[in-house]
Design a protein around this ligand. Sequence first.
Ligand code: BMA
Length: 708
Amino acid sequence: MIIRKLNGIWEMKDSDGMSVSGTIPGSVYSFLLNAGEMEDPYYRTNELSALRRMDRDYSFTRTFEADGELLSCAAVYLRCEGLDTLCTVYLNDIPVGEADNFHRTYEWEVGSLLQEGENTLRICFRSPTRAIREADRAWHVGGTEDAMRGFPHLRKPHCMFGWDWGPRLPDMGIFRDISLQGVQQGRIRDVHIRQKHRDGSVWLSVHAEMEGKGTPVIRLTGPQGFRMELQPDTETRIPDPQLWWPNGYGAQNLYTVEVALRTENTLEDMVCRRIGLRTVEVCREKDEIGESFAFRVNGVAIFAMGADYIPEDNVLSRMNPARTRKLLEDCRLANFNCIRVWGGGMYPGDDFFDACDELGLLVWQDMMFACAHYPLDDAFEESITREAVDNIRRIRHHACLGLWCGNNEMESFERRGDWEGGPAARAAYIRIFEHILPHVLRREDPDTFYWPSSPSSGGSFDDPDDPYRGDVHYWDVWHGEKPFADYRRHVFRFVSEFGFQSFPGIKTVSAFTEPEDRNIFSEVMEMHQRNRSANGKIMRYLSDTYLYPQHFEVLLYASQMLQATAIRYGVEHWRRHRGECMGAIYWQLSDIWPVASWSSIDYYGRWKALHYAARRFFAPVMISCEEVSDASEGKSIVREPEANVSTARLCVANETGETVTGTVHWWLSDAASRTLQEGESVLSVPARGTAWLPKMDFSDTDIRQNHL
Ligand code: BMA
């Protein structure tokens, strides 16, 4: 196969004839920024004028040479791996296709339109803001009010239309590779690798879907120079299999399946897929509390620890593999073993999954549906079916893939009757998430677990928020303004979201503000705080824990300490109850632009206090304290005077595969770090278990002065 990349320098024009050149992959914003025609949309209130630019149409054009070799091909495909979003594609002024789904890979056969010498490719994009306005007038479907009205109509990352942490910057452009693929005699359309594990042995089978002529030759390579040939569609036993494990449970061994398509002496096409030998199950077993929910990898139940992932940048061309890699390495540094890709953004690129394979991060992969109703008609059904096939085929071989999940929060919102959907919306919900998507998955990836929604108890609106079954999004701390100790009222089975906001640090704030903006209630700071009433919440929770921060910088800093404390409260509690609870995934890992948010790493990659705290509360062996006092219970001074009761129980959680024996040394000290009381206990903590020390009574101590 001949591949001619069409990335590189293109020309962009708007509907008024303004023209600039720039680089593809790229977008309207990246072209304008690069040409100095636009100010950074993240700076101060620039978002507003940047959004207005999206009411126009834009076209991207480039010329390229077609040589004899390409023209002699049996077929030539124009392959577009990322079109954002509504566009018509012209080759030499003849329309070759239309696209309307950001999440799809498009291919059109264009062989007959190519001419020897110079050819012109033009892609004309239509305004997404106009499109959703018009579609919404014709058929209103509800959705979160943090995003622009009508957003569910367009298969484009929802959060580009705004979210409670994201700006409204629905860019347009070509965000992944674009190329011509000339097929000489044959090509490989798809490769599906399946594995079976039985009694310590692993069997692999590889199915290649071909077009044209050729015979597939399959080679498997792996750790320590391992090599073997495989026959297509035949189960082959892999000698001495080196398993893949999530971070903290073993090595991340990886193998490569190389499928070469050969005709006589010619290599027609080659596809490489890196895999890990492992089983991943999600166990749901009835027990005395309800029903468990836990990842089990190679037979070992995993306590999932990590955060929710949103797109790394609103201007997609600012993302790159090195930045993604750094972010995921930071996850591993903080002892993550899991990451949830949230459904309101985009399916990450291949580099994301490659890094998760290598770093041992088990991926909970939402499909791209969140907080909305959808206009389900035949065209929509076809579009989402194709989108699912494209992404499942691209992602399913990765060792890191833990599960597919239908959507974010829709079952739970639908059940509560949010967003004026009515019975039709409920029917559409059931059709999409309990028929269409699972049906595609049964065909394309029957080996990976499917979960209809997050949160869910298994589907069909059967109490998706049940604390005793399935996963839970717990937001009573923060959105519900409950004190941190409220985390301890529930054990839950798997917490896939819970979070607490903070401001980014002063360096990050300085990057998008001028000195006069540096007050959290300024217009600029409020533009960079998208959750209504959040500043008030931060102030309220601060008052429970700290004195009033006298300066802006101290306020930013204190907000981060507060956030770290909040999330630590939850995670430590759930880890103390390992077994009953088997996952703590906090909201959210990083930011799409510089903003006040629930992230532990800010837009510039700077760790907030929470990320440092995560490294401790996700440590394989972790000591924590379940203290009970006026402070932990959020008790107000304004109440009937009563005797002070302060107790503490220390607990060690051990997520390693070995028993850990050690000495716990505790001490109570005053504000000047003078020891007032101390003690020591030798403790043995079973593998993947916990051990508690007896309850200690500190009712005589002044909890405002002393600390344990
Ligand atoms: C969750 C998410 C997001 C949101 C976050 C913070 O419910 O699924 O939609 O950004 O809460 O409110």
